[in-house]
Write a protein that binds this ligand. Structure first.
Ligand code: LLP
Length: 420
């Protein structure tokens, strides 16, 4: 469910007309509904209320400070993968006791920063990283709480680029070898083993891959116990899918119902790291139609948002529904490629899409753009990144200004021999 609906033929976000925002802010821009975001978060909270749990929002899906603050106020923690995300999460007031830090390439300065902030735990992805964390903690006279990310070798049945729980992926430690790693970790003086982490992939639309993976991990936690290693947290990562087109992903309640009985045996606190399921359908990208073009082979609709704003279609052939902001009067529909202004053939938002008649200057909404939208955007072709706007009820606020041309050259300097 989301709060982007038509009223009298015009698209609204909660009580705000999308067109009105476009007139004030210009295009393209991201528009988020705080109500949708909060409802999605609460759906997770109530689904898992029956047992101890922490919901750590995957900051990579949307790092905007206002959205992080909305979630933080609801009680969310954060799943981070860089020093930058730690900075953002703390700045948004998220409790470091609810921050977990994953990623295969943590730098020493990032590890030190996280130790200094005393985050809940590191999700460690390799033996060498484990040693690096131990060394850093020693120098800082700290103890690093850690979980090892195990790879349960389960097929999440999603796009290959966003599947992470198979052996061929770079993530985690193969579950068959994980016991050795845990024994090593236990022997390290500056590390405290507290958890097991897994994340099998993203945009998962069935419960079964989660059940399979969690069953393997709960079995492994039992093995650890026998070996004298007691685990307090089982972190099942993120990955719950959303509806982009016609997918019918499980509701958090369905997920909870399927996995809680398995987890209960372990007596551990559950950590979840949802990103897309919280924010994906809480945001849209609003763009304006610029030109029509007909190559003889194909009809193109050129709009003012491109792959630099939303890369998912280009990168994963991802489907995003495109809707007119003002519904068309005529029933005429044409099949077009919706393309952006970037100088790449791969710059498209939709291919062979049947759309109602779109005139030059019309506004279009690219749906389901709240997750991995702005956070993956870039300045390619020297395009300033889009504005981000947050709606609450009948009000909206620009929570990130559109970048300016000066922003594009921020930090650039000339050597003396090029001046004058
Ligand atoms: N935890 C870990 C360790 C992760 O690697 C990820 C996502 C998440 C949690 C959150 O997953 P979610 O609940 O959002 O599925 N850019 C791609 C998705 C990449 C996901 C990377 N990891 C996309 O646009 O589909």
């Amino acid at each position: 469910m989301h709060d982007f609906t038509y009223k009298n033929g015009e698209l609204y976000c909660e009580g705000v007309a999308v067109k009105a925002v476009a007139q004030r802010v210009g295009t393209p821009f991201y528009l988020y509904s705080s109500n949708t975001l909060v409802n999605h978060y609460r759906a997770f909270e109530s689904a898992f209320a029956g047992a101890p749990h922490i919901i750590c929002f995957a900051v990579k899906s949307n790092a905007n400070g206002a959205l992080l603050r909305v979630l933080g106020r609801e009680g969310a923690g954060a799943d981070i993968v860089s020093g930058g995300e730690l900075f953002r999460a703390l700045r948004a007031g998220i409790d470091p006791k609810k921050i977990v830090y994953a990623g295969v390439g943590k730098r020493r300065d990032e590890i030190e920063y996280a130790l200094k902030m005393n985050i809940l735990m590191f999700n460690v992805e390799s033996g060498e990283e484990l040693q690096a964390i131990d060394h850093a903690a020693k120098e800082m006279h700290a103890k690093a709480r850690i979980a090892l990310r195990v790879n349960p070798d389960v097929d999440p049945k999603t796009h290959a680029y966003i599947s992470t729980g198979l052996k061929e992926n770079k993530f985690g430690i193969p579950i068959e070898r994980a016991l050795e790693y845990y024994q090593t970790a236990k022997g390290l003086p500056n590390v405290e083993v507290v958890g097991v982490h897994l994340h099998i992939g993203s945009q998962i639309t069935e419960v079964q891959p989660f059940v399979d993976a969690i069953q393997r991990v709960v079995g492994f936690v039992q093995t650890l116990k026998t070996a004298g290693i007691v685990i307090k947290y089982i972190n099942i990562g993120g990955g719950l899918g959303i509806t982009y087109k016609d997918e019918t992903p499980p509701h958090p309640k369905d997920l909870a119902k399927a996995i809680q009985p398995i987890l209960r045996q372990s007596g551990c606190t559950l950590v979840l790291e949802p990103g897309r399921a919280l924010v994906g359908n809480a945001g849209i990208l609003v763009t304006r139609a610029l030109y029509h073009k007909d190559s003889g082979e194909k009809k193109f609709l050129i709009v003012d948002a491109g792959m630099n704003d939303l890369i998912r279609p280009s990168l994963y052939e991802a489907y995003h529904e495109i809707k007119p902001v003002v519904e068309a009067d005529s029933a005429v529909r044409t099949t077009v490629d919706v393309v952006g202004p970037i100088c790449e053939s791969g710059d498209f938002l939709a291919k062979d899409r049947e759309l109602p008649e779109v005139n030059q200057g019309d506004l279009l909404a690219v749906m389901g753009a709240g997750a991995y939208g702005f956070s993956m955007s870039s300045n390619y072709n020297s395009r300033p990144r889009a504005a981000e706007v947050l709606v609450k009820g009948n009000e909206y606020f620009v929570v990130r200004e559109r970048e300016t041309y000066d922003d594009l050259t921020k930090g650039e300097k000339l050597p003396r021999w090029l001046i004058g």
